[in-house]
Design a protein around this ligand. Structure first.
Ligand SMILES: C[S@@+](CC[C@H](N)C(=O)[O-])C[C@H]1O[C@@H](n2cnc3c(N)ncnc32)[C@H](O)[C@@H]1O
Length: 208
């Protein structure tokens, strides 16, 4: 299953240009705003889970964040981002890993960001594993920023089934270890001008 998942994503990024995938945005504006609103300092550790080829890392570096990790199951996707960043690429920690099968530093991050990865987890056991990993990796007081298809969003993406969420439903997946702080809806325009409804939520690990 894990190998199939990796093969699937490697093929996608080999066959499609970064700006011709349905989820492409020039800048991840909502993500950037929510990261800013988390209050993370410029030295705070931020991880982008399923970073793909998105420009979030570029924008975070440009804004002065100095501790940015980009994790993805696809080596090809990470290479596209490294090539785009050129000499700046050395400022990012690159992690080729399956988020369902990796060990991250315990309480290693202040911000966990995921746009359009969690919604591919249609199996409850996989969602539980994801939540366990995120909970262990985030510091108390840290923010989990997660963007998925909204309740009226698409039922599939890149040939894979998705789970669609209301803010309450998404928050419930992360349980009592997190507090829902804020949510924002987005009508995302694909490169071919169709609309996909997303929901972005920021949850916080309370300081006990
Ligand atoms: C729909 S794309 C979103 C990419 C990026 N977050 C964005 O908004 O442009 C999903 C990304 O998650 C990655 N991915 C899927 N399953 C993963 C997993 N189990 N572990 C790590 N990355 C995964 C894919 O390789 C792909 O880059």
């Amino acid at each position: 299953m894990a190998m199939q998942r990796k093969a699937h994503w490697e093929t996608i990024f080999k066959e499609k240009a970064a700006d011709s995938v349905s989820w492409y945005q020039v800048h991840l504006a909502h993500s950037l705003r929510l990261i800013e609103r988390s209050g993370v300092g410029k030295d705070g550790a931020i991880i982008d889970v399923g970073a793909g080829t998105s420009t979030l890392v570029d924008d975070l570096l440009a804004q002065g964040y100095r501790n940015v990790t980009a994790l993805d199951i696809s080596a090809g996707a990470l290479q596209v981002s490294r090539d785009r960043l050129g000499p700046q690429a050395g400022k990012v920690n690159w992690l080729e890993a399956d988020i369902l099968d990796t060990n991250l530093p315990v309480e290693g991050y202040e911000v966990w960001h995921d746009r359009a990865v969690f919604h591919f987890l249609t199996n409850p056991a996989e969602r539980q594993r994801y939540v366990k990993t995120a909970t262990a990796a985030l510091r108390a007081g840290g923010s989990l920023i997660i963007a998925t298809f909204a309740a009226d969003g698409p039922e599939q993406c890149s040939g894979l089934l998705t789970v669609r969420y209301t803010p309450e439903g998404l928050s419930a997946e992360f349980g009592a270890a997190f507090r829902l702080v804020e949510c924002v809806a987005e009508a995302h325009q694909t490169p071919w001008q169709s609309v996909q409804n997303f929901v972005y939520c920021r949850l916080q690990r309370p300081v006990s």
